[in-house]
Design a protein around this ligand. Structure first.
Ligand SMILES: [Cu+2]
Length: 206
């Protein structure tokens, strides 16, 4: 059987109909037909670490030390993107305690069964006064420009997304975890950078 002009016309109509099933720009923009004026997205693709929090005796990548604040099964998605000498870190959590404040920082060592295993905060310029067991509390060094702070508050469903941007890059192999703490991070002299107990930890090779 040969394809009649009529049949070809039907086929073309079907293709056009399929094309029209894509969301029209006016739907995406909430009814406005104005062109999208946002700048182009960065081309550097992020490195992504997705983990599920588990108790220390079962965990490999993501440890919970407080199962009320971070129940087993809660998830972590950490995305890191480096561009033009700047580093952008984004954390997305699900299944966490609802409507709760958390402190969060990038730490130097991988997580372990002991919350202390993650070591101190990663600092771009390392505080010369800090020592093993005596973390930096000098606001000149323990601040969100010299460290990566990702403090957040969960919503009513226990979800959160937070991000930070610093104008430097991690030294390779020296930033190995993201630690979640019991409260938002202090900025005061003598306790800058402290955020209470370590509730959970995600190993990330930043
Ligand atoms: Cu911390």
């Amino acid at each position: 059987m040969r394809i009649t002009p009529f049949a070809a016309g039907l086929a073309l109509t079907a293709v056009l109909a399929t094309g029209c099933s894509q969301p029209a720009p006016s739907e995406e923009n909430g009814g406005s037909a104005a062109p999208d004026s946002s700048p182009p997205q960065p081309t550097a693709s992020p490195s992504v670490t997705v983990s599920t929090f588990l108790p220390p005796d079962e965990a490999t990548g993501a440890f919970t030390y407080d199962e009320t604040a971070v129940p087993p099964g809660a998830t972590s998605d950490v995305q890191v993107r480096v561009q033009d000498g700047r580093t952008h870190v984004q954390f997305t959590g699900t299944g966490l305690a609802a409507d709760r404040d958390f402190g969060a920082h990038v730490h130097t060592r991988p997580c372990g069964e002991d919350p202390a295993d993650a070591g101190p905060h990663y600092q771009n310029e390392v505080d010369p006064a800090a020592a093993e067991g005596e973390p930096s509390t000098d606001p000149a060094y323990a601040n969100p420009e010299n460290e990566v702070w990702l403090d957040f508050t969960t919503d009513a469903d226990g979800n959160a997304r937070t991000s930070a941007m610093v104008d430097w890059e991690f030294r390779e192999g020296e930033a190995r975890s993201l630690v979640l703490h019991e409260r938002h991070t202090s900025t005061e002299e003598g306790e800058a950078g402290s955020a209470g107990d370590r509730l959970a930890c995600v190993s990330v090779d930043f």
